[in-house]
Design a protein around this ligand. Structure first.
Ligand SMILES: NC(=O)c1ccc[n+]([C@@H]2O[C@H](COP(=O)([O-])OP(=O)(O)OC[C@H]3O[C@@H](n4cnc5c(N)ncnc54)[C@H](O)[C@@H]3O)[C@@H](O)[C@H]2O)c1
Length: 271
């Protein structure tokens, strides 16, 4: 059911790789709620082709951009405002990748060049997007910027590797830039901390299936799906959440506030 929450709003949605991507679901719901937007992803993701299907469904133009390249991001924002016919109301950062995690490097044996790439792709890219938007004055007053994150920024999950550090930087950038953008144009900036979700990025984390089950059995509501995450992101893009900014918002069925559940106790007792 659609509510017209984004009627007349313009935006940029990054990170839709395939139909499992959280950004893919956000795009479908943003369309349903009346928004117009551009889609973006790394040039390499274009070659995989799926994003073109999404673009057709959403009647959206694709503007490729490597999120580590300021030049690409500048082009993304200037082209988006041109194509959409005005300044933006929302931006989704749904980008994450760690070469160390992907290649199975232990946290005690990191490759530091890859570590820098993890931070650049997964965290600095968020700053680069906002700095570009700020300089181009590309976002309307009361606009909304959202990035996706994971609770490993606050608590340790042994297999999350250097992505935990990247997420901590990402969440800090949301607070620091949220202050500046709030003062400048009343633009709000938040991160959504999502449950483990079976996507390309999620499944790349070692032991993902067990980790997913553990979270599902711990959270009183169970894990939040990508679809439910998209619903939440839409509310943050809407005018209903105008005074929410600089927050890290848990969207995890209560996992982050649960010590242990009866289900997990039972599993441990069985052993
Ligand atoms: N899946 C989970 O369990 C989970 C949980 C919490 C948070 N998140 C976060 O959600 C976000 C989206 O991930 P997802 O789970 O939908 O997986 P996904 O693999 O579908 O999306 C990750 C996206 O990042 C893009 N990307 C990677 N390098 C890039 C670059 N250099 N430039 C531009 N784009 C680049 C990929 O092409 C892909 O579209 C990520 O920030 C991820 O960390 C995921």
């Amino acid at each position: 059911m659609a509510y017209g929450l984004l009627n007349g709003k313009r935006g940029i949605i990054s990170g839709a790789l395939d139909e499992n991507s959280i950004a893919w679901k956000v795009a479908l719901k943003a369309k349903e709620e009346g928004a117009i937007f551009t889609l973006t992803n790394a040039p390499i993701a274009m070659r995989m082709g799926a994003i073109k299907e999404l673009a057709e469904q959403c009647n959206a133009e694709i503007i490729p951009a490597d999120a580590t390249s300021v030049e690409d991001i500048e082009n993304l924002f200037s082209k988006s405002t041109e194509v959409l016919g005005g300044k933006l109301d929302f931006v989704l950062h749904s980008i994450g990748m760690s070469p160390n995690v992907r290649k199975g490097k232990a946290y005690t044996d990191l490759n530091y060049d890859w570590f820098k790439q993890s931070i650049d792709i997964s965290a600095l890219s968020f700053h680069k997007m906002m700095q570009t938007a700020y300089k181009q004055d590309a976002i309307n007053e009361w606009g909304s910027v959202v990035a996706l994150t994971y609770m490993a920024a606050q608590r340790t999950f042994p297999f999350y590797g250097d992505m935990a550090d990247a997420k901590a930087v990402l969440e800090s950038i949301a607070r620091s830039f949220g202050y500046k953008y709030g003062k400048y144009r009343k633009v709000r900036v938040n991160t959504v901390s999502q449950s483990p979700t079976p996507t390309k990025a999620g499944s790349g984390i070692g032991g993902f299936d067990k980790f997913f089950d553990f979270a599902d059995k711990t959270a009183p509501l169970g894990n939040a799906t990508a679809d439910q995450c998209a619903d939440y992101v839409i509310t943050l893009f809407s005018d209903l959440t105008r005074m929410v900014t600089m927050q890290n918002l848990f969207h995890d069925g209560g996992f982050s506030m649960t010590g242990i559940s009866e289900e997990v106790m039972e599993l441990i007792t069985k052993e």
